[in-house]
Write a protein that binds this ligand. Structure first.
Ligand SMILES: Cc1cc2nc3c(=O)[nH]c(=O)nc-3n(C[C@H](O)[C@H](O)[C@H](O)COP(=O)(O)O)c2cc1C
Length: 214
């Protein structure tokens, strides 16, 4: 499906039917998430891929009982770095150097930019990382639609409890969103026949209102 048809076809599926997403479709969705742009290119996040039914059952009550957690075949937990540590910066600079065959001097600008973010408060570093992860979430959502795979983005869960379940504090990660992937149960999903609600373009796209200079 092309992108413009896909964004009309997709919706935040409330009821999935348990069918499994084929591997080649998952690979394409993962590729889109991997290829999403991020500030400085740092990709300050990890995505936990859950398929195990027992583990999904443990997540479901943390996500207020939402059924997509168990009826979706693949659950992606987007987690963001809690901090831009020097180890994380070093790993990225090293990777860039290896892939582009660059020396430390040529890599200095990218190191400086990353260190700039790392000098902010810890909360700011996490929020910055989370913003990058959300771009990847958007890419994943779009790719799923193009693959005709249903997807529900979710923030409706208790972050700290999910972090605890996956031992995220020890890994320097915090959960930010879940993406449930699967197939819509059209007959039993109350949202399936509903029209989309979107603010009109005249409200979303506005002319600049520059205050008059005095
Ligand atoms: C970051 C984010 C978090 C969301 N959390 C939930 C959620 O926990 N459960 C749910 O059913 N839908 C959730 N939604 C879906 C939104 O309610 C939905 O995208 C919005 O109403 C627009 O509808 P549409 O996606 O069906 O076009 C979330 C969407 C986003 C982008």
């Amino acid at each position: 499906m092309n992108f413009y048809d896909a964004i009309n076809w997709r919706y935040a599926t409330k009821k999935m039917n348990g069918d499994a997403v084929p591997k080649e479709k998952l690979d394409n969705i993962f590729n889109a998430i991997q290829m999403a742009p991020t500030s400085i290119g740092l990709q300050p996040f990890s995505v936990i891929h859950v398929t195990d039914p027992e583990l999904k059952e443990q997540i479901q009550p943390i996500a207020y009982g939402q059924s997509q957690i168990v009826d979706g075949s693949d659950i992606l937990i987007f987690t963001a770095w809690d901090e831009i540590t020097s180890e994380r910066i070093n790993d990225y600079v090293k990777l860039t150097g290896e892939i582009r065959d660059l020396g430390e001097e040529e890599l200095q600008p990218v190191r400086n930019m990353a260190e700039g973010v790392a000098s902010r408060s810890k909360e700011d570093q996490f929020n910055w990382s989370a913003r990058q992860a959300y771009i990847a979430l958007g890419f994943g959502l779009s790719a799923a639609a193009i693959e005709k795979v249903d997807a529900t983005p979710m923030e409706g869960f208790k972050n700290e409890e999910l972090d605890e379940l996956f031992g995220l504090p020890e890994q320097g990660l915090k959960s930010i969103a879940i993406l449930a992937l699967g197939y819509r149960d059209e007959d039993n999903d109350w949202l399936a026949p509903m029209k989309k609600v979107r603010r009109p373009k005249e409200e979303l796209f506005v002319k600049p209102e520059v205050p008059e200079l005095v």
